[in-house]
Design a protein around this ligand. Structure first.
Ligand code: SAM
Length: 213
């Protein structure tokens, strides 16, 4: 995602510390306390500018959503969207998903979304892909039993890599869709990237996977 320098970002983060959490290690095992209601907790990793997260939080008031984004200039844009939506079931976290085990306790999350994750096509960058084994190990730990991982992308290479990665890890694939937009799904909330790439005619791939424990 293109990042623009935003001179107001630090002030925004300071002003909205209740909405954009900067010290997630302090919340480990206690995320529910930050929400108005205790209800299932869903996490989007690499939330970008927040369109999916805000759309999902509006559509599912009975679920608490956390969006994690590493880029400061991007998470503040998601923060603006979230503020405008005035939702009490949504939080953002400005942090790097490489350290999920520091932020979330075992079984704390019931669903994880990966949407249009950076593909990192070069072999030497495999470890940066959010569907690489080291990330799957973390997702398995923080996800409740039968918790789901939902992955959408337009990148065929990343999709194929990820299916192999899930399978090699022993995950079960519940759904593999090679053209998500072929049929209208009123419940599908589009991300910024999904809108952009489907408008260009790219098919959108989605899969649902669960860990076997
Ligand atoms: N999910 C959004 C969408 O579909 O429109 C954004 C997709 S963008 C290609 C990927 C996003 O993931 C970027 O904003 C990037 O900063 C974020 N990201 C990449 N690696 C991350 C990590 N390790 N932890 C948190 N966010 C990450």
């Amino acid at each position: 995602m293109r990042q623009r320098y935003k001179p107001w970002a630090d002030d925004f983060l300071l002003e909205h510390q209740d909405l954009i959490i900067q010290n997630p290690t302090e919340q480990k095992g206690r995320w529910q306390d930050l929400f108005a209601s205790k209800q299932p907790l869903h996490l989007e990793v690499g939330t970008g500018k927040g369109q999916f997260l805000v759309g999902m939080a509006k559509q599912h008031p009975d679920i608490n959503f956390i969006g994690m984004e590493v880029a400061k200039s991007v998470v503040v844009t998601a923060g603006e969207k979230a503020l405008e939506a005035e939702l009490d079931n949504l939080l953002l976290v400005h942090a790097d998903a490489n350290h999920l085990l520091d932020y979330f306790a075992q079984d704390e999350i019931s669903t994880i979304y990966l949407n249009f994750s950076d593909p990192w096509p070069k072999n030497r960058h495999e470890k940066r892909r959010l569907t690489y084994t080291a990330f799957l190990k973390q997702y398995e730990h923080i996800l409740q039993q039968e918790g789901e991982l939902l992955f959408k992308t337009d990148n065929r290479g990343l999709f194929e890599y990820s299916l192999c990665s899930f399978s090699a890890f022993g995950m079960l694939l519940g759904e593999v869709n090679l053209d998500l937009h072929a049929e209208e799904d009123p419940l599908n909330v589009m991300t910024e990237y999904e809108e952009k790439f489907s408008a260009k005619g790219h098919p959108i791939y989605r899969c649902k996977a669960v860990f076997q424990r």
